[in-house]
Ligand binder design. Sequence first.
Ligand code: DAH
Length: 345
Amino acid sequence: MTNEQIQKVIDELNALKANTLKQVEEARVRFLGKKGEITALFEEFRSIAPEYKKQFGRPLNELKQAALAKIEELREVAGNEIASGAPADDLSLPGTSYELGSRHPVSIVRQQIVDIFRKFGYDVAEGPEIEDDWHVFEALNFPPNHPARDMQDTFFVSAGHDNPILLRTHTSSVQVRAMENMQLPIRVICPGRVFRNEAISARAHCIFHQVEGLYIDENVTFADLKQAILLFAREMFGADAKIRMRPSFFPFTEPSSEVDVSCNICHGKGCNICKGTGWLEILGCGMVDPNVLEANGIDSKKYSGFAFGMGIERIAMLKWQVNDLRHYFENDLRFLHEFDSALEV
Ligand code: DAH
């Protein structure tokens, strides 16, 4: 053993560079591994004559401590670089995966409603969100100043003239456009976004979605309406779903009705979702008022029809037992990802 041997290793150690954790490990093996340079010097040290041990023992131990410290220092730097996103040489490390987006629950349910009515032979139509008073109210038999307008708090874009411009408060406006543009018989559903000047709460929002349905032909009866709604409820809520109709009022339908579906949670026994009644309200409907047919140039002596309208968020809340409407608008990914598998249903 010579001083030069030890100095040579010291020089190598001083010149040592390692950028990645893999290189640091290689350096450790090279100096301190089983067959490492420093380990070899210690082997040699064991067999030298005792009078030399004093001379080499101390520098050898210092060399080993210096090597351990250097390796530790390099390891820390390389580790930090990986953590800070600096390029790593180790191509076998897993890559950063992209988070996949998914359909929003409101658009999943909208599509399910559309698909069900498509199967029944309905066309799909959309209309403008910024509408005029005629399409939202007047043509639907809401006379000016009629109290029924109070049911739908309206955002006006421009008022003060005969036909104010406003944000549509319901998709029933699209049935008016369908009557204007489509040839009879008409069988159409109209999904879309609607706006009402409402305080935001667990049950109400100022922006939400509806699907409107309209069927006009000769000899359309209330029995046809009932059957269409029943088939829809069975498709949406399960084959054992039942419906009940309660008399109601809408200016554009006569007679009018609200429809409840049997509670899909307690199956009619009564629970806190259906508030103990066994029934959940899902939509409004009725026979198209002859005034509406006439206002849109359709002969009410020859033709009759039914219409219905439902809130998409409401159907989605009932289907998945979501108790606060606001979840659908906050776009918290933890909530949205709960519906990732819903498309397969
Ligand atoms: N437009 C109504 C609303 O927004 C819903 C509605 C009720 C639509 C009865 C209809 C209907 O077509 O017949 O509250």
